[in-house]
Design a protein around this ligand. Sequence first.
Ligand code: CUA
Length: 349
Amino acid sequence: MSLTASPLRDLLLAGWLPERASSVAEGVDHVFGFIFWLSAFFLALIVGLTVLFVVRYRRTAARPDPEASPDHSTRLEIFWSAVPLLLVVVMFALSTQVYLAMTSHEPGQEPLRVKVTARKWSWWFDHAGGKGAKDFHMVAGRPVELTLASADVIHSLYVPQFRLKQDAVPGRYTKMVFTPTKAGTYPVLCTEYCGTNHSQMLANAVVHPDQADYDAWLAEGRQQELSLVELGKKVFEDQGCNACHSAEPEDPKEKGIGPSLHGLWGRVEKLAGGATVTVDENYLRESILKPGAKIAAGYEDVMPPIPLEEREMLGVIAWIQTLGGAQGQGGHGGDGRRDGKAGEKETKE
Ligand code: CUA
């Protein structure tokens, strides 16, 4: 970053902005500070002169009519055109310098590549090395290259401490390049209004202090064999299903975006259009892979398809069965539980 740190500029912004945790944060703050204080100066100057002129040239008994004034001054006009032109050229140069640093790598270190999938209403981060997570992991001092995609509408990834924001746009990939500089956990926000749960579309940006710590995270959970039910619960949380579906009994006053999964198993569900369906493995599977196929009555067709792997699918179904089900339909519940166990044996690697 060729913008040098200035103690004065740091002082002028002190305490107003969150801490800086990326390679571009300081440059962004300085451009922001420059434009902010320049604007504040002109606001004070213009408002001050306006007030002064209003008082000084107001209508009085001694001066009932306006005095004659010149209608043209070439020197003055050149002055008030050239000065703002110069100032916006300086703004352009300073911000372009920072913008270029945001879109290119410093040569040398191999960047950590992370693929981001945004959808209503959660983030998913596929890290190099094959680990997907609902949180975004990286290493302090190592460049990161993000490739962003959206499964539905426009979202925007924003980490205030990094001073970086990038849209995730359906139908194309966008990129974001930077180097995190400080280990810690920072909030990831969505800053493009994307519907009901936009404000809940949150994740953590976890900056590991060194590569070894990151590698330990990457290896974590790899070996460990989760039971199907544990896996299902984990998938429910990791995939962000909990943004729309509750695992608690439905509160009629606070209906979720999607039906609660509590007591769903084995129930006869009313569908939009009047048909009914008994909630079994195949209905759950179809509703996860092709959510639009059978919409529960009273709900919108808003869920994106969630392409789960087979064992994850079995896990989610097994877990839903533990959330209580229709009484007096023991046949379904019993069969389901046995199916779940059988599936577990078959699919374990
Ligand atoms: Cu996603 Cu707002």
